[in-house]
Design a protein around this ligand. Sequence first.
Ligand SMILES: [Zn+2]
Length: 285
Amino acid sequence: MIKFGPSGADQAFYASGYNGTVEMPLYVKENGLDIFEYSFGKGVRLADTTADKIGKAFSENGIGISVHAPYFINFAGEDPMKLNSSFRDLFASLDSLKHLGGTRAVFHPGSPLKSDRKVAMDRLIANFTRFMDEFYQNGYQDRYVCAETMGKINQLGDVDEIIDIVNVADNVLPCIDFGHLNARTQGSLKTKDDFKRVIDRMIDGVGEEKVKKMHVHFSKIEYGKGGEVRHLTFEDTVFGPEFEPLAEVLVEYRLEPWILSESNGTQSLDAKTMKNLYFKHSNIK
Ligand SMILES: [Zn+2]
């Protein structure tokens, strides 16, 4: 089943008097949504006992949970110390994910820094292959890591790079961030065919099964020459992308992704807009 929800607590969550992630599943449910993404962007700092409590609240309410691993992960890096901490951060995210009762951990694959892009990408694949070997040795067979398409041109994570990363192992799924792709390509996602081209290429690259259950981040994003500048809300009429043409493709291809809104402060409201647009089109069919 396709699922929609907010990434992180938004303004309305606090304004409604809710407090703490343990109350988040009630809020998500009250808004007619299905999932929530917990951000470890600045580091994994969640005690196991707290994660267990949060996980219990989510499962009791039938709401799904995913996590976003720390932003400083870089599998393309040369510095062995930093590479070790990238391994540690993604494993810590997976461990918390287990306590939360979730199955998906999203991560940003890395940046070339001063290296040639191709050289950095080769290094990333070698390091990430080693990571996935440890992933299976450590018993994470029933979890997924989701490699995200990135918004800045100088980050690794265009569609083709994500295809190569996703093909490293069975338990790697694509996380297509359409706002990021639109930003790094200076606003290329406008029509239904524009979205179709991305999804067709992803299906060609990693197969239908992984695309069917892929992870999706969606928000409108301001961009400049280097790509992403900042996340906006659905109020924006300048930068895009619009969700409706993607909704039509999702319906036509019968895809069932987890779709998280990363809007700036209005995540639940915009997630609900996306859910309504999706069902508007799926009911026509
Ligand atoms: Zn991300």
